[in-house]
Design a protein around this ligand. Structure first.
Ligand code: DGJ
Length: 707
């Protein structure tokens, strides 16, 4: 008989599972060098007085029937019957790093299949499958992945947000009861990024135990961190079903989305580095050795005002600035002169493009750039030929009038004709034009999403995946960007079928500094679209120097979001400079290890990238507001090789004025900025380098290279 105590192990992280008679995760923490299954008996719990007379485990499926008294992992019924399943393990299979546990409740007529995989990165991936074994349908109200975390996890970090302000972290104490995130917007959402991070008190970037989870799913979701009355804690995540939305017929299986979980004993940086490694090894698909090309996207430059001759002049200028991919955004298709009409009519606007798209594409390609185009396939404007012909193609519930969002409604992808129409139109566009890249947008939330009178948000998300899969298979050379009014659809599941995210419609460098930092907890820089926008930001009307904008866009998949023909020489020189700087450091930025550095003054934000071989490091110091202190604190640079010597250089800086009229912030610069300096990695990590005093809303870039 197989030992019921099994372990998944990696170099940093282990998960120990008691598999029988029911499955229970009993340990998720640092790698255990001397583990023996026998040791697990030490955790056998006492039974408290005043409760049930038996131990109540937090099982893998967190069934209420064990006396959980918390939020269960499964809720549903068969017309009121079979509503409290309790699963008993029937089969366990361990293959290297993957464990599959099958369990059944013969009374309720349900089978549970649980898959747990621990990747070499240290990330655990879990999902459950539920199969109905009886003739009548089993109504699924909830079906979640539950992951116990250690009792020392006493704080929770989550992200709030909104359009043009994504990924804003906040914290709550986890002492009693639960903290819950619920998303009913029908897309991953700007508001409720599907992630939770639990950690020891005051966990920080470099310190503390943290247990982070992300639900890879682009639809409605619920995440929960709960402290039970007995002090045990768990994280729980699920696709959220609308009333009546999910039922399983006999023999059907429902899978939860995958939950990605990263434990780190070295604070948030360790957690993020594991997530980044996991994504790079398992999810991100990008041709090896191909650098990610620098973009110019036309949206904020010309909006709906498309004139092919002018666009070609923009392309000339873009190429001269070092841009490598030119993307035509919204406005190219029939009648699309503003955002009130034409979505769904995926035919070229021949008034704007009388000779077709091809001359523009050829021009772009002759300039040595790739070509990309914008699409929003899931949507329809009431003012469109498509809607006039097929008003019944809308995702809606009959008998209700649905509110539009950005003047548009959603197409019901569950209707085969709708799906086929989109495949046909997209295939025309992508098959008959030399397109390398698609910016796939999705600009409204789902309200009363219905198919045949029933809620259909979940099904719509699956059909969206299918549509993207079909097109991805048909056009494997094309890269897809997931955009949804900026960062409304950013998650690991959509990333399995796309290549990049548009992080935010806000190109204000100050706002971007926090948005990009928030996103960095779960995503590495190479999938984060980061563009230099206009001098005067179109989202906030704030004005920033080209230096601050350029440096802020440097640490992602960089691009320009403007019309380079209408700006002055200084601006244009800036675009050229930061494009070149990005290319120079792109390898480190897109493949290196990322470090968020905490500074004593919270108004100073530092992000570093260190190459895998630790030969190069790049650190941006952004001063977001007026500094609290008259001196900046030294920057300690993590991730270097202690014994190596590094040359330190200031790669870019705003006009640091020493003494301005009226006197400025500094009389002298830090010495290393004037005389070349080297120092050991150990010194730079432990003691650091003195920083110049920066004005608010400026940044500097420091490079270190091994000598
Ligand atoms: C919203 C996107 O986020 C923008 O970048 C732009 O593509 C517009 N849609 C176009 O309508």
């Amino acid at each position: 008989m197989q030992d019921p105590i099994l372990r998944l192990e990696s170099s940093h992280v282990d998960v120990v599972i008691k598999t029988r008679p029911f499955a229970e995760i009993i340990y998720w923490g640092p790698h255990l060098q001397y583990f023996s299954p026998h040791d697990a008996h030490t955790l056998s719990r006492p039974v408290a007085n005043g409760r049930l007379d038996v131990d109540s485990p937090v099982t893998l499926m967190a069934e209420l029937g064990h006396g959980l008294f918390g939020s269960p992992g499964i809720e549903g019924h068969r017309q009121g019957l079979d509503g409290s399943p309790v699963f008993t393990t029937t089969h366990v299979q361990q293959r290297q790093d993957t464990l599959t546990i099958t369990a059944e409740d013969a009374h309720a007529g349900l089978r549970l299949t649980s898959e747990l995989a621990l990747d070499a990165s240290g990330v655990v991936v879990i999902r459950h499958g539920l199969t109905n074994l009886k003739a009548q349908a089993w109504q699924v109200d909830r079906f979640a992945v539950t992951l116990p975390v250690a009792e020392r996890a006493r704080e929770v970090m989550a992200f709030h947000g909104r359009w043009i302000r994504e990924f804003q972290p906040h914290r709550v104490k986890l002492e009693h009861d639960a903290f819950v995130i619920e998303n009913r917007r029908g897309r991953t959402s700007h508001e409720h990024f599907p992630a939770l991070i639990a950690g020891t008190s005051s966990f920080s970037e470099m310190h503390g135990d943290v247990w982070g989870v992300h639900l890879g799913w682009s639809g409605n979701h619920r995440l929960r961190a709960e402290a039970k009355t007995d002090g045990r804690r768990y994280l729980q995540a699920e696709a959220l079903y609308l009333p009546g939305e999910m039922a399983l017929e006999e023999g059907e299986t429902l899978w939860t989305p995958r939950l990605y979980a990263s434990y780190s004993a070295q604070g948030l940086n360790g957690m993020s580095q594991q997530f980044h490694r996991y994504l790079r090894d398992n999810i991100i698909r990008f041709p090896e050795n191909k650098p990610r090309p620098v973009h110019l996207n036309t949206w904020e430059g010309i909006y709906f005002n498309h004139d092919p001759d002018y666009i070609m002049r923009m392309a000339d200028e873009a190429a001269a600035l070092g841009v490598e991919r030119f993307i035509i955004d919204d406005g190219w298709f029939k009648g699309r002169n503003d955002d009130r009409r034409a979505l769904g009519d995926w035919y070229l606007d021949e008034e704007k493009y009388p000779h077709g798209l091809t001359p523009v594409i050829n021009h772009v390609k002759q300039l040595g750039m790739e070509f990309g185009i914008w699409l929003e396939p899931e949507m329809i404007n009431p003012d469109s030929d498509l809607y006039r012909a097929h008003p019944d193609w809308v995702l809606a519930l009959p008998g209700y009038t649905q509110a539009t969002g950005r003047h548009q409604l959603v197409l019901n992808l569950n209707i085969p004709q709708v799906f086929n129409y989109l495949v046909e139109r997209m295939s025309w566009l992508l098959g008959e034009h030399a397109i390398d890249y698609v910016k796939w947008d999705m600009n409204r939330e789902l309200v009363q999403p219905g198919h045949r009178g029933k809620a259909a948000a979940d099904a719509q998300t699956h059909r969206f995946y299918r549509l993207l899969d079909v097109l991805g298979e048909r056009f494997p050379h094309i890269e897809f960007e997931s955009c949804s009014s900026g960062g409304g659809r950013i998650d690991y599941d959509v990333l399995t079928r796309s290549h990049r995210f548009w992080a935010s419609d806000n190109n204000d460098a100050l706002e971007r500094s926090t948005i990009q930092r928030g996103m960095s907890y779960f995503f590495p820089p190479e999938v984060m679209g980061a563009h230099i926008g206009h001098h005067k930001c179109h989202a906030t009307f704030r004005q920033h120097s080209i230096e601050f904008r350029g440096l802020t866009a440097l640490f992602g998949h960089m691009g320009l979001e403007l019309d380079p023909l209408t700006v002055d020489k200084h601006e244009r020189e800036g675009y050229r400079r930061y494009t070149a700087l990005h290319k120079q450091w792109r390898e480190v930025i897109h493949h290196g290890t990322q470090w968020r550095v905490e500074m004593p003054d919270a108004s100073t934000q530092v992000l570093g990238m260190v190459s895998e071989d630790k030969k190069q490091g790049l650190f941006i110091v952004s001063q977001l507001a007026m500094a609290d202190y008259t001196l900046m604190m030294p920057l300690r640079m993590p991730g270097l090789e202690a014994g190596a010597q590094y040359h330190i250089s200031l790669l870019d800086h705003p006009n640091i004025r020493l003494t301005g009229e009226g006197g400025h912030t500094m009389r002298t610069l830090p010495a290393w900025m004037e005389t070349p300096q080297t120092a050991s990695g150990e010194w730079l990590m432990q003691a650091g380098v003195a920083l110049p005093i920066l004005d608010p809303e400026t940044a500097i870039l420091i490079g270190v290279e091994r000598v």
